[in-house]
Design a protein around this ligand. Structure first.
Ligand code: 5RP
Length: 346
């Protein structure tokens, strides 16, 4: 006790920390630790730097891999994968900053459909100004398709947010809107636009929505904002579907963006296994996200969808699948690609 009282604070702290370490570390770990520390001292680097350098050395030139699989590609059962995949995706994102060549995710992290922040509206954190400008230009161009007295179908997402804002400026010319998510509903109402029930309106003349990917035949992947089921319903109910995208969404073959599939919660594992069997893709459970319909979302990675109509039909057959984020059977009628000037593809 006396000696303890004489020790200066820093030394006292160091001694206590050493004792605590000894108490928890088995002998062989302590030896390994001492050996490593000796090596590091010889090399003249601190323990922390040495570890970082070792990690870098382990994987200096790894071949590109799917972001979903992360660094240690291993065979996992779909159910297990659905649980641990998100963490590995996070890891891949962190490594992206250190020369890891995984494709960067195009979407900001999604929390829950319809919840504010599920798909951030502008200004979009993490989305560079040119992308945001392209989305705005696409959204504003779509206003040209709105006619007086229309009830307009409205999608979900950051591009659609620009369309909603523009719609707010002409709100006296329209009868109202049918919304595809709680998030869009809030934005529409905040601008004084009536949100109507699809059952009451009947077929709609126009639906405007964004997309995560768009191929040359105007077939789409959608659902990055987890609103795919209601979006599909409104697209189906509409005579004209105008899709608004920024140029980065254009692809030759769909599938680089993980395909969202909304599932009934109890069917998550079953659907995951069937997706692996039918498509060869890797389903990843979007953990923590609940759709506006109370369901869950699987994102299917590593697909190259050469026949989107067939895949959409096939996945729609799996019991427990509520909706597949492929808009191929009912593709967009018009695609507006944001830019100066915007490109209108029909
Ligand atoms: C939401 C969607 C969105 O339209 C899609 O994710 C595109 O979003 P953004 O316009 O924010 O890029 O399908 O379910």
């Amino acid at each position: 006790m006396e000696r303890r009282a004489q020790l200066p604070g820093a030394q006292l702290h160091a001694r206590d920390a050493r004792r605590r370490r000894r108490a928890v570390l088995p002998l062989q770990h302590r030896r390994a630790r001492r050996r490593r520390a000796r090596d590091h001292r010889r090399r003249g680097v601190s323990g922390r730097d040495a570890v970082r350098r070792d990690v870098g050395l382990l994987r200096p030139e790894e071949p590109p891999r799917a972001p979903a699989l992360g660094p240690r590609r291993r065979r996992v059962r779909p159910q297990a994968q659905a649980h641990d995949q998100p963490r590995r995706t996070e890891g891949a994102r962190r490594r992206a900053g250190r020369g890891f060549r995984a494709d960067p995710p195009r979407q900001p992290p999604v929390r829950a459909a319809g919840e504010r922040g599920a798909v951030e509206v502008h200004p979009v954190p993490g989305i560079e100004a040119p992308v945001s400008d392209a989305k705005r230009l696409a959204g504003e161009k779509a206003i040209e398709f709105v006619e007086d007295g229309m009830v307009v179908g409205v999608g979900t997402g950051s591009t659609v947010a620009f369309f909603i804002d523009a719609l707010g400026r002409i709100r006296d010319r329209i009868r109202g809107a049918v919304s595809s998510s709680e998030q869009s509903t809030q934005r529409l109402r905040a601008l004084g636009i009536d949100v109507l029930d699809l059952n009451a309106t009947g077929p709609l003349p126009l639906y405007v929505d964004g997309a995560d990917e768009c191929d040359p035949h105007r077939r789409l992947i959608k659902g990055g904002g987890a609103a795919l089921t209601r979006e599909k319903i409104i697209a189906e109910a509409s005579t004209r579907f105008v899709c608004i995208v920024d140029p980065a969404k254009r692809v030759d073959v769909l599938g680089r963006f993980p395909l969202p599939v909304e599932v009934i919660p109890m069917a998550r594992s079953l659907v995951g296994r069937e997706i692996v069997r039918l498509t060869g893709g890797q389903p990843v459970w979007r953990e923590g996200v609940v759709t506006d319909n109370g369901n869950w979302v699987l994102d299917v990675h590593n697909l190259s969808i050469v026949d989107p109509v067939a895949m959409e039909a096939q996945l729609n057959q799996v019991p427990g699948v509520v909706a597949v984020g492929l808009f191929a059977r009912r593709a967009a009628d018009v695609v507006i690609v944001g830019g100066e000037p915007p490109l209108v593809l029909r």
